[in-house]
Design a protein around this ligand. Structure first.
Ligand SMILES: Cc1ncc(COP(=O)(O)O)c(C=O)c1O
Length: 425
């Protein structure tokens, strides 16, 4: 499907034909660095910086009056940002709130949807999702008086990838709720969200999805998927900055539910400042907000989301697929001889935005690469995650990084690096 050739001139040719190539100059890229870690923290852009400065200016000039400026823009900043987010995930703006961290949003959603009964009290998860999701699930189960060892049902990943069949066969009558990732953070596998969601719904089970590694890299249609709830962070592919708020999606058919965790920003704006003792739930996703919006963490997201709208999510996905395919092509061609293989699914519809280069010395090679100015990360036991980002990575950078990896393995420079891992890699 993709036709690639080896050589720097071909990389430069691909860049010259890249319809998103012009976005690159709007990012803060360092001359001495190739940044391939947007699956962890996306890069800062001038657009994000400007929208953050705008929030700061309002605070400097208006003080507390900033909340009511521009038709209460900042009081309703979550709803404002939701309008920008909605087209990227195929949802209605009212179904999205921007608030808290992903983990807090998971707590919020589970505490809303998890209503255990004697015969239906289990939460279904898998054993390769991101740790924080599991911690949240276990603690929500404990809060309801159950023992996670009994009430959390874990589907095991039996091979390299999670089997949808295994997930569906675990949806037994005592399961009340399912929480799964759309894209696995380690393997980049995309689950068949539609199939798994439909299976849950046909069994009367609520289902929610962690879209952290999907939002901003996969073009989504939440309306079509019709999931019950979803959460995702905005600091990875969406470049919202460290500490940017998470997004929480509540399917509009559930707006009547009372949030598990209520707070005054989930109250209707019309009565919020009456400060009544009774919660007057805003009947859309913004009714799932809890406290005062973190404006300084939300500011950069405004500029960044506008950039995604300008680029178009379909184009972002197309570029991501093509540039990751290019990396896999170069790896097959030039790195496989040195013990590398591809750890993610190869089919376009089954892989997210990062490439998993597997090698038995992945940790030390990852450090050696970092020492050469290539920012990527290592995930145990043997994966180097490399994320060429659609809006700011060039094909030439990918080509040069493969050259650097070759140097590291040919010269065995990684061998001088300790095998002891630091706390964050
Ligand atoms: C898949 C996934 N879920 C949840 C989280 C936790 O997100 P947060 O720190 O925003 O709570 C992460 C963080 O990287 C993640 O990758």
């Amino acid at each position: 499907m993709y036709e690639f050739k080896d050589g720097l001139d071909h990389a430069q040719y691909l860049d010259s034909k890249d319809p998103l190539g012009a976005f690159r100059k709007r990012f803060y890229l360092r001359e001495d660095t190739v940044y391939l870690c947007g699956n962890s923290l996306g890069l800062a852009s001038k657009d994000a910086e400007n929208s953050l400065f705008n929030v700061l200016d309002e605070w400097k000039y208006e003080g507390v009056q900033l909340w009511s400026q521009n038709n209460n823009k900042f009081l309703k900043y979550s709803a404002y940002l939701a309008k920008l987010m909605a087209p990227l995930v195929g949802a209605d703006a009212k179904e999205i709130a921007l608030s808290g961290s992903t983990t807090v949003s998971i707590h919020q959603c589970i505490s809303t949807f998890y209503k255990p009964r004697e015969d239906r009290y289990k939460i279904l998860v898998d054993d390769v999702n991101f740790s924080s999701d599991r911690y949240a699930v276990d603690s929500q189960v404990r809060l309801k008086g159950y023992d996670p060892a009994e009430a959390v049902k874990v589907v095991k990943c039996r091979g390299r990838f999670m089997s949808e069949d295994d997930v569906i066969s675990a949806m037994t009558p005592e399961v009340a709720l399912v929480l799964l990732p759309v894209v696995y953070y380690r393997s980049a596998q995309i689950l068949d969200v539609k199939r798994v969601t439909d299976a849950a719904k046909s069994r009367g089970i609520f289902i929610g999805w962690d879209m952290c590694h999907a939002a901003g890299v996969i073009d989504f249609d939440l309306r079509y998927l019709d999931v019950d709830f979803a959460v995702w962070c905005t600091y990875k592919y969406l470049n919202g900055g460290p500490g940017a708020p998470s997004a929480l999606y509540i399917n509009k058919k559930h707006f009547h539910l009372t949030p598990g965790m209520c707070g005054w920003f989930g109250n209707r704006v019309e009565t919020q400042f009456k400060l009544n003792q009774e919660f007057d739930h805003k009947k859309d996703a913004n009714g799932w907000q809890i406290g005062t919006p973190h404006l300084l963490s939300m500011g950069p997201l405004e500029g960044s989301l506008k950039m995604f709208l300008e680029a178009g999510m379909t184009n972002v996905r197309l570029k991501s697929l093509k540039i990751t395919a290019y990396l896999m092509y170069l790896s097959d061609l030039r790195l496989s001889y040195y013990g590398f293989d591809i750890g993610n699914p190869r089919e376009d519809d089954r892989r997210g935005g990062h490439v998993c280069l597997r090698h038995r010395e992945a940790y030390r090679i990852s450090i050696a690469l970092k020492n050469m100015g290539v920012v990527q990360d290592f995930r145990p036991p043997n994966v180097i995650r490399i994320t060429p980002a659609a809006l700011y990575t060039s094909y030439e950078e990918v080509y040069r990084v493969v050259e650097m990896i070759l140097l590291i393995v040919k010269n065995e420079t990684y061998k001088s690096i300790s095998t002891r891992r630091s706390v964050v890699v």
